[in-house]
Write a new protein. Structure first.
Length: 75
């Protein structure tokens, strides 16, 4: 770590994780451990297709239902 708090990511890791100069890195603290996670440029696109089929439709239905309930409770 530099005096300014900057950290260098080794070349092998940058290549393996496709980390470039504009990649955002998320720091996650877990107890006495820090994990560094590269955030995809388009996180939604990166996760597309990684879930079980039908979960997106189910989530959208639940959100729609919740909105209707909120609207009804405000009237």
């Amino acid at each position: 770590m530099s005096k300014r708090g900057q950290v260098s990511v080794p070349s092998k890791i940058r290549k393996k994780l496709h980390i470039g100069p504009n990649t955002t890195l998320e720091w996650v603290i877990e107890g006495a451990t820090a994990r560094v996670i590269p955030v995809p440029e388009n996180p939604i696109q990166a996760f597309r297709g990684s879930g079980k089929k039908g979960l997106v439709k189910q989530l959208l239905r639940e959100r729609h239902r919740d909105r209707r309930r909120e609207d009804a409770s405000q009237n």
